[in-house]
Design a protein around this ligand. Structure first.
Ligand code: ATP
Ligand code: MG
Length: 378
């Protein structure tokens, strides 16, 4: 075990971080994405500091394959952009760089300072950057060249103890960014980690802070949950923490009111997770179908419904707008929600034709019901 020092105001060396060597952290080098390695190496060769950071380091330590590799550096976004031809600066306020390698996108960000608390955008040092990372398990820096893990906050120990511990003080973490509550629940549930009592208590108390969060950010978080393969555990915990009512208010109310609805909704989440684990790239519509299935069954008695051609169009329109409303505030792509509705209706024995090309202003009155679902499915 090594240590990283910095100097205090008087120039005296102060121990800042533990440095774990490869025998200690045991991250296999071959698990590091080659392009992520190249980005770090290139930045270093150009005189910059650079590390792999965040979720990838966490996942490598617990033995999971990271879904993406984020990189952090002391180079500014414009410098990064100049160093990589295949890159683009994104974000107006929080500027970072996307570096493209074929289909893969790497997020390269610049160390942030803490002069404006844990959400400001001014650039800073690595010592400051670590203080703005949400949880200790996400605040580890990996140097793929020396194969060191740099740990300022006891993240390696917390991962070993399977605990989600905040880096940012509890009285600021969720006030500064309420989405961190959803992140805490997501990490605890997917990794099987515990949240300390004080953290759970804080989340329950702060849950209403999620109410003004923009639909686009909530949609982003909800899509991560849907795609995680652990939606059952995450959503069960989010309900427990009073958070789900901000992601899916109507579903939460129905779950609260009706035990049968709850049981079936949760069962469908398990089915969604099985699908995601087997077919990672299944289209979103296919996954959304599991979230809206139980709701659609409450809309009418589908078995009894007599589907005359004209009534079918009306019924479809109604189903579509009810579902649109049901999933609010999340706002999935229209074509995907249409696909999901069609999928559910097919499962209920009702075939429906969806126009292949749906324009922005198209009203959902066009599709008609088809009494031969097999045919409609083709
Ligand atoms: P995932 O596996 O879902 O990608 P992640 O931890 O990598 O999880 P990202 O959204 O990719 O999540 O963020 C990368 C890193 O940036 C995090 O590990 C964390 O250090 C930091 N981070 C992201 N969002 C926040 C936030 N809201 N507050 C503080 N730090 C954050
Ligand atoms: Mg990540």
């Amino acid at each position: 075990m090594l240590f990283r020092y910095s100097r205090d105001k008087r120039g005296k060396p102060v121990r800042k971080a533990i440095v774990y060597t490869k025998d200690e952290h045991k991250i296999p080098r071959e698990k590091i994405d080659r392009d992520a390695f190249y980005i770090v190496e290139h930045l270093r060769n150009c005189g910059c500091d650079a590390y792999i950071v965040g979720g990838a380091v966490r996942d490598l330590i617990v033995g999971k394959s990271p879904k993406d590799f984020d990189i952090v550096t002391d180079a500014t976004p414009s410098r990064i952009k100049k160093l990589f031809r295949n890159s683009r600066i994104i974000g107006k306020r929080f500027r970072l760089v996307h570096v493209f390698f074929g289909e893969k996108i790497f997020e390269v960000s610049t160390f942030r300072s803490i002069c404006e608390g844990s959400v400001g955008n001014s650039f800073g040092t690595m010592d400051e950057d670590v203080q703005r990372r949400d949880f200790t398990l996400n605040a580890l820096y990996y140097d793929p060249i020396k194969e060191y893990v740099i740990d300022y906050v006891g993240g390696v120990e917390d991962i070993r103890k399977k605990v989600v511990k905040p880096v940012i003080p509890l009285d600021r973490i969720f006030v500064d960014d309420p989405v961190r509550m959803l992140r805490a629940v997501k990490f605890a549930s997917t990794l099987g980690f515990k949240m300390p009592h004080a953290l759970k208590h804080k989340i329950r108390k702060c849950s209403p802070l999620l109410s003004p969060i923009s639909p686009s950010r909530l949609t982003e978080e909800m899509l991560k949950i849907i795609n995680s393969g652990h939606s059952y555990e995450i959503i069960a915990e989010a309900m427990e923490m009073d958070l789900y009512m901000y992601l899916q208010p109507i579903a939460s109310q129905m779950i609260f009111d009706d035990k049968k609805f709850e049981a079936s909704y949760m069962e469908h989440l398990k089915e969604l997770d099985a699908l995601v684990r087997e077919h990672k790239d299944a289209r979103l519509g296919k996954k959304l179908a599991f979230l809206i299935y139980d709701f659609i069954t409450t809309l009418t008695d589908w078995k009894q419904e007599v589907l005359t051609k004209s009534a079918a169009g009306e019924l479809y329109t109604k189903t579509w707008s009810e579902c649109r409303h049901f999933v609010l505030p999340i706002n999935p792509q229209r074509t995907e929600l249409e696909y999901a509705i069609k999928d559910v209706l097919l499962k209920l024995g009702v075939g429906v034709r969806i126009p292949k090309k749906i324009t922005k202003n198209a009203v959902a009155t066009k599709p008609g019901f088809n009494k031969n679902p097999q045919k409609a499915a083709q």
